[in-house]
Every structure is written in structure tokens, then in C-alpha cells.
Design a binder for this molecule. Structure first.
Ligand code: MG
Length: 430
């Protein structure tokens, strides 16, 4: 059976913020990190509410994932209600990353861009996806990691507790092992130092206290642009003595035998091993987005959320796995002929579309831009759009709600697109 043998918690305001809006809870076997956002002290309020919602803990007897999600939803409702009853707290929200160490598995509930990692066998596995615009675009293969670093909307969070009455909570269970080290952290760590640096710090400091302190120090040394919170926990088999200096609560977790080593549950989330950086190239053939453009509307477009504008992110090595474009195996000339005909139709359709439609996005400098064509890229890097007109308006100055509807890649006629841009430039769009 497994227990939390050693743990570390640390949070720091950083070098540039006046207050610390991060919050954490470390009550083995439950650990939570929340990163609040909002004006005045609203961010602090939101992250505190989120953490307090987890104070009672969970029974663990049912389905930990479901119980964690219920607590997160309750926190969401509380924050949302409060933000509507107090003008100063309007629009406040918080990220949430909660980890529960169960009998054999670690259950995770997650919203926003705080993260959970597992250090195992000298590799750092990322267990959560960021709910940010650029990460969602990257997951769709529509943005390369290089483009993401400079994306004008890179700091926009697409999901948080509080801004909406209802929120989707990501949950997953990860097969745990003795000697696993889990890291929960706010983006004040991951935007300031790379995953390689995190890995190095964890590998070079056997004691979690030393590792945690060195991570926070590294974030501050890199500029400390944001609050930084680090929670570390190490698992061990019951019956094995804890390391010297352990400050764990020595909580016995469950009665199940230690499970055999299993890979991460990749059914819904691929765990990413951080190995010395190999930048992932853009997925050949993946739908592209013009530089700096937001996602097309549809199921992938987040609901209206107050965008959290943050300090620019420091460039960081990519963790995205290269996606490979696999050509279908053509077993006969017949199949080849059919494929060519289909490709011909696609190319003809794309050409016709390219001739007569327009969409609005941003260019590499974040200026609202009209593109002629459709927001797609064919295998081989052939863009089905060309830049038509670059406005003088920075997307960052457009109110978030308006930005979402303006830069949604909906197709327009030339007249409609021109009219929208004219209104924008005249300041007539709300
Ligand atoms: Mg933060």
C-alpha cells in the first residue's frame, strides 16, 4: 500500500506582484493549488474559496475523481455567486489543480493553467492540460509551440472556476507507484522556468524541501513575474521508513497492495515525458491558423470569459509531442485513383472558397487582420489563405467578449469583412 512519505509546500509573491493570489491546501492525501485572478483582492478571494471547498476532504470510498469534481463545482458556484453580489469581485476566478492519493491511483481534478506533474524514473510526466487559448490551439495542431510563445493571446485562460455558472472539470486517474514524486504548481513557476529546469531541480535535490525551495528561487531568479506556488509529495510503500527530514503526516492511504508499474492512463490524456528539449515541429497537414489568430468558432471556442491578462510568458521549451502525418497505405492503384479524385475535389473546393471568402484574425504582431481564403493549411504547408488587409488595431485593445466574436474565423463576404474592420477602426465596435 502507498502513503505520502514526504511533502513540501511553498508559495511566494514573486518579484513583481504586490500580493499573492495563489492559495494551496496540503492535507495528505489531498493536495490543492489555486491561482486566483480578478481586480482588487478578488483573485485572492477566489483562490481561497476554491481551497476551502476542499478542506473537508473526500471520502475516497467512492470515485475520487467524481468527488473531486463535485467539490470543484461547488467552489465554482460559490465564487460565481459572490462575484455577482459584489461589484468589486465581478468576474473573479481561479484555476484549480487538486490531487488525491488513493489506494493505487492518484485522482486529479483540474481547471485552468496550474499544473500537476509526476516525476518517475527520472522523467517528468505532465498530468494536466492547460486551459489556455494557445494550448488548445496547439492541441488541435493549429499553432506551433514557437508561434504560441509569441501569440498575442497567450495569456488568455479559457476555463476557470468562477466566471461562469457552470464549468467543465477535467478529471483523470493516474496509476501511482512508490517513489513517485508529484508536483502541483501555479503558472508562476512554469512560465518562468522550463520543464527541463524543473526536472533538473527535482533530480538534484533528493529532499523535497530543498527541491521546492530551489524551484521557487529559480522562478524568482528568472524574473519572478508572477506569484509562484509549489507543492511536492513523494509516495512510498507502507512499511518502508520515510526519508530523514520527512515532514509528512505519515497518513496511511488505503489497504491495497502496491500496483505494478503501469503507464499513465493515456485514454484521455497523454502524459508527456520531458526529455532534453526537442522542439516539436508543426504537424504537417494539420489545420493551420494564421499567425496570432484565435480559434475558429465551434465546440473548441471557449465560452465568454474575462481574459486574464498576464505578464508575457517567458519562452519555454515545448513539451508537445511531434505529431506525425500519416499517409494512408494505398493497397492498390484503384485506391490511389480514388484518393487522387477526392483530393482533386478538395483542392477545387478550397480554391473556389479561397477566391470568395474572407475571415478575420490577427497577424504576428497582434494586429487585427483580414485574410482572404479559408483558415486551413494543406499537407505540405500550402496555406489556403492570404493576408488581405492589416488594420491599425491591436487585438489586445479589443474587449475580450468582442474579440471572441470578431476573431472567430467565421467566413465573411468581402463587404462584410471590410465593414467590420471599418467599424473597428472607427471605434464603433463595442
Ligand atoms: Mg499565476
Amino acid at each position: 500500500m502507498l502513503r505520502v512519505a514526504e511533502q513540501y509546500t511553498g508559495t511566494d509573491t514573486g518579484r513583481q506582484r504586490r500580493a499573492n493570489e495563489d492559495a494551496l491546501l496540503a492535507r495528505a492525501p489531498l493536495f490543492v493549488v489555486a491561482d486566483g485572478m480578478g481586480g482588487a483582492q478578488a483573485g485572492e478571494v477566489a483562490s481561497q474559496i476554491a481551497v476551502e471547498a476542499f478542506q473537508p476532504g473526500i471520502s475516497g470510498s467512492g470515485e475520487p475523481e467524481r468527488e473531486l469534481a463535485e467539490l470543484a463545482r461547488a467552489a465554482n458556484e460559490r465564487i460565481h455567486e459572490l462575484s455577482h453580489s459584489n461589484a468589486e469581485q465581478a468576474g473573479m476566478g481561479t484555476t484549480l489543480t487538486a490531487v488525491y492519493v488513493g489506494e493505487q491511483e492518484v485522482a486529479i481534478a483540474h481547471v485552468g493553467d496550474s499544473r500537476a506533474y509526476c516525476l518517475r524514473d527520472g522523467k517528468l510526466l505532465r498530468l494536466t492540460d492547460d486551459h489556455t487559448l494557445v494550448d488548445e490551439l496547439m492541441r488541435q495542431g493549429r499553432l506551433t509551440p514557437e508561434e504560441a510563445v509569441e501569440h498575442p493571446q497567450r495569456s488568455v485562460i479559457t476555463r476557470a472556476l468562477g466566471p461562469e455558472g457552470a464549468v467543465d472539470i477535467d478529471t483523470r486517474s493516474f496509476r501511482a507507484r512508490a517513489d513517485d514524486v508529484y508536483l502541483l504548481c501555479s503558472d508562476g513557476l512554469t512560465t518562468m522556468i522550463s520543464e527541463e529546469q524543473i526536472l533538473t531541480a527535482l533530480l538534484t535535490h533528493p529532499r523535497l524541501h530543498d527541491a521546492g525551495e530551489s524551484l521557487i528561487r529559480a522562478a524568482n531568479d528568472a524574473g519572478g513575474r508572477d506569484n509562484v506556488t509549489v507543492v511536492l509529495l513523494r509516495l512510498e510503500e507502507v512499511g518502508v521508513a520515510g526519508p530523514d527530514g520527512s515532514d509528512s503526516e505519515q497518513t496511511v492511504i488505503g489497504m491495497a497492495p502496491v500496483s505494478p508499474p503501469l503507464e499513465a492512463d493515456t485514454a484521455t490524456h497523454a502524459a508527456i515525458a520531458v526529455v532534453p528539449a526537442t522542439e516539436a515541429p508543426a504537424a504537417a497537414g494539420a489545420p493551420a491558423t494564421p499567425e496570432g489568430s484565435p480559434p475558429a468558432s465551434g465546440t473548441t471556442t471557449p465560452p465568454a470569459l474575462p481574459a486574464r491578462r498576464r505578464m508575457p510568458r517567458a519562452p519555454r521549451p515545448s513539451t508537445a509531442k511531434p505529431r506525425r502525418w500519416r499517409l494512408p497505405r494505398l493497397r492498390s492503384l484503384g485506391a490511389l485513383a480514388i484518393t487522387l479524385v477526392v483530393l482533386g475535389f478538395i483542392a477545387a473546393g478550397a480554391y473556389l472558397a479561397w477566391q470568395s471568402v474572407y475571415f478575420i484574425g490577427t497577424n504576428g504582431r497582434g494586429l487585427v487582420t483580414v485574410y482572404e481564403g479559408v483558415p486551413l493549411q494543406l499537407p505540405g504547408g500550402v496555406n489556403l489563405y492570404t493576408r488581405k488587409y492589416v488594420s491599425g488595431v491591436s487585438a489586445a485593445t479589443v474587449p475580450p467578449a468582442r474579440r471572441k466574436t470578431l476573431l472567430n474565423h467565421h467566413l465573411h463576404s468581402e463587404g462584410d469583412a471590410a465593414s467590420l474592420i471599418r467599424s473597428l477602426e472607427l471605434g464603433q465596435l463595442e
